[in-house]
Design a protein around this ligand. Structure first.
Ligand code: ATP
Ligand code: MG
Length: 355
């Protein structure tokens, strides 16, 4: 029997609602499988915490998190706290300090969920978004504030090492899963310094993987192809910004934010990896009990896989698919009238049936 230590950060808005359902599912697995034991610890580091303590987490916050096997994260965002604070004092430090340089975002259409596309070709690919550098740097500044010549500069940082490690992770994944092509999102025709380095390093990595093709596609064209022929992608690598946009687009193709999970992965396992739905705190539906918990439950399944429990991850995914196929318990985002809790209960029960 292995005990897994999980840090839970429910966060703001619908974060706690959907995270509760993910924990419900994990607890049900623990009840059913005696080889699986959890040690969960919840941290109240959110916007409410900031309003009380003027910081998003205690000074030794990262030290406290370091000893866990993984982190389950809800969502952060509150109108009373600027994003610069909530994001840059909590999520970014965790991602950066824990070297979670791979942001894994499956774009997979679950059976029973409609795509807005007319084509019924199944959509099933994964985007590996570079998560530690790129366009989302805080290097830059502004000049001539408030004057007519006011200007701002925001730097993009692309390093050879940064591209190499994300590309390598994607090619390893492709190799392991018998995928013959990795698609790289680029824009080296217009962004001639940073994206050229991206291309060069991606090609260098690709050369080490015989039988797996590297296909570089300009980001603007790739966005269009995602709509026109999403079935032709299997593994995609993208920079921080490109990956962010592509995965929101991808999410929209397969049922929306309510069913889109992610993992922030430290492949070396030197630090805990963090799993979270890609959606935010959704202030418009916070407190109503109608958020779709599938994205967060699926993220918990990705966490199980990362912890080496593929068997349990499969049980969770089977349960999600079964409940969707039955079509009885559906939250409003997918056209139903069920609550967050009802959907979580149904998935937990569908888990129990598999033992
Ligand atoms: P944040 O600033 O925290 O990212 P946001 O307003 O930018 O918040 P999201 O929280 O991602 O964006 O929500 C965008 C839209 O998607 C909202 O209309 C929200 O209601 C909807 N949405 C997001 N997550 C879910 C979910 N789990 N279930 C149902 N609807 C959701
Ligand atoms: Mg958002």
């Amino acid at each position: 029997m292995t005990t897994y230590r999980i840090a839970v950060l429910p966060g703001d808005g619908i974060g706690p609602d959907v995270t509760n359902e993910a924990i419900k599912v994990l607890n049900r697995l623990e009840k059913m499988d005696e080889t699986f034991k959890l040690d969960l610890e919840t941290f109240d580091w959110n916007s409410e915490y900031f309003l009380k303590h003027n910081t998003m987490m205690p000074e030794d916050g990262l030290d406290q998190l370091k000893k866990f096997d993984a982190i389950l994260f809800g969502a952060i965002g509150d109108s009373r706290v600027p994003d610069e604070i909530s994001i840059w004092q909590l999520i970014m430090p965790i991602r950066k300090q824990f070297k979670q340089y791979v942001n894994m975002r499956p774009i997979k259409q679950l059976p029973g969920i409609k795509s807005p596309l007319k084509s019924d070709a199944p959509i099933d690919f994964v985007v590996f978004r570079e998560n530690a550098e790129g366009e989302y740097s805080n290097i830059g500044g502004s000049l001539y504030d408030g004057q007519s010549q006011e200007m701002a500069i925001q730097n993009t940082v692309i390093t050879a090492q940064g591209v190499e490690r994300i590309a390598k992770y994607a090619f390893e994944y492709a190799q392991k899963n018998n995928v013959r092509k990795v698609t790289s999102a680029t824009k080296s025709n217009a962004i001639i310094h940073s994206m050229k380095l991206w291309d060069t390093v991606a090609e260098k990595v690709a050369n080490n993987y015989e039988g797996i093709e590297l296909e570089s596609v300009f980001i603007d064209a790739l966005a269009a192809y995602f709509i026109q022929k999403p079935e032709s992608y299997e593994v995609v690598i993208a920079s921080n910004l490109f990956g962010d946009i592509l995965t929101d687009l991808g999410a929209a193709l397969v049922g929306g934010l309510g069913v889109s999970p992610s993992g922030n992965i430290n492949p070396e396992r030197e630090f805990p990896s963090m799993f979270e739905a890609i959606h935010g705190s959704a202030p418009d539906i916070a407190g109503k009990g109608i958020a779709n918990p599938i994205a967060q439950i699926w993220s918990a399944a990705m966490m199980l896989e990362h912890l080496g429990r593929e068997d349990l991850a499969t049980v969770v995914m089977n349960a999600i698919e079964k409940v969707i196929m039955q079509g009885q318990i559906v939250t409003p985002d997918l056209g139903g009238t069920s609550t967050t809790e009802q959907l979580g209960d149904a998935i937990a029960n569908a888990i129990e049936e598999q033992f």
